[in-house]
Design a protein around this ligand. Structure first.
Ligand SMILES: C[S@@+](CC[C@H](N)C(=O)[O-])C[C@H]1O[C@@H](n2cnc3c(N)ncnc32)[C@H](O)[C@@H]1O
Length: 306
């Protein structure tokens, strides 16, 4: 991989022209280096507003513009040099990875030895903060029984502690992956974990104050309508829900925005919107107050109307 030698100057041309200039070197070398105005020069300007420096006109662009453009062009953004008035940036193309074609009904699709277990969701600022905010909004009682469906290796249970450091939780995590639940047990020996198919939950689960499910209910192998009818019977009268649906995809190790369908290179959100709307209506019909938030994950929180 060899970069174009001289950095392109992109601060004096409109974005539509700048992005076109990046395409050829990206095609030739898989990377391109370019110089732009340092956004700290005029932080109060809107993206695309111009300013004068030594008789020359420059476009102001915040770093977010370059991050968004890098993502659109499927590139990684690196900072190569920092001057007072300029930055040198580099876009390097992400090598596309084969989409995992393991069937969703294979219990070990997200098992302990898969790259899924390398993902640290609590290191993602939006995931962490959206989840904690949604949990706080649910106003859980000081001691609460929680059912987590598709708990995997249980990293998400740290969110309960973060949202409610003074509360006591008794959690039952369910998953069909034996190896992921082994990791979960090591992480949270105080909680219970059960190997089971979500479609076929044991009858003696008892009552819960909160049912959580993150990144699981859109799985093709889950039969939602009968599952929900049963789950309503496992909630206390003031029971709450917290569901999360991915609006993102990993390309290699990089989190990229937008739900994607097979064979779509760009985000295609119709399925996500349909599912979110389905759950919103479902909860409202059952007299819950519903809040929907999120970026890379869409969070649906529901609590009984007071
Ligand atoms: C995308 S992962 C999400 C795991 C975890 N909640 C997280 O966000 O990191 C989906 C999880 O649901 C589990 N799962 C999918 N279908 C299931 C089913 N029918 N019964 C039990 N677990 C299931 C998978 O094994 C996996 O751990």
């Amino acid at each position: 991989m060899k970069s174009s030698a001289i950095p392109l100057e992109l601060s004096q041309i409109p974005l539509s022209v700048a992005q076109t200039l990046l395409l050829e070197p990206l095609k030739q070398h898989n990377q391109v280096t370019f110089r732009v105005l340092n956004p700290t020069t005029a932080p109060d300007l809107f993206a695309g507003e111009t300013l004068e420096r030594a008789g020359e006109t420059y476009f102001h662009r915040p770093l977010r513009v370059w991050l968004d453009l890098a993502e659109l062009l499927r590139c990684e953004l690196e900072l190569m040099a920092l001057e007072t008035d300029f930055l040198t940036l580099r876009f390097s193309q992400n090598i596309p990875t084969e989409r995992d074609k393991t069937s969703s009904s294979n219990p070990e699709k997200y098992g302990a030895h898969t790259s899924f277990q390398r993902i640290k969701k609590l290191e993602e600022p939006y995931f962490l903060n959206d989840a904690v905010r949604a949990l706080k909004w649910l106003e859980l009682p000081p001691t609460a029984r929680v059912l987590d469906l598709g708990v995997g290796s249980a990293e998400e249970l740290h969110l309960l502690e973060l949202a409610y450091p003074q509360h006591t939780f008794e959690v039952l995590g369910v998953d069909h992956s034996v190896s992921a639940l082994e990791l979960a047990k090591q992480r949270f020996p105080q909680h219970s974990f059960k190997v089971a198919d979500i479609n076929n939950l044991p009858a003696d689960l008892g009552q819960f104050d909160l049912i959580i499910s993150i990144g699981t209910f859109q799985s093709a192998n889950i039969d939602l309508e009968p599952l929900f009818r049963r789950l309503l019977g496992h909630l206390t009268s003031s029971g709450r829900w917290l569901l999360a649906f991915p609006n993102s995809r990993y390309i290699g190790s990089k989190l990229t925005y937008g739900a994607r369908r097979l064979n779509y290179s760009h985000p295609e959100l119709s399925l996500l919107f349909k599912d979110v709307n389905f759950f919103k209506r479902y909860f409202q019909k059952h007299r819950y107050e519903v809040q929907i938030t999120g970026k890379y994950y869409i969070w649906i929180a529901a609590k009984g109307i007071k």
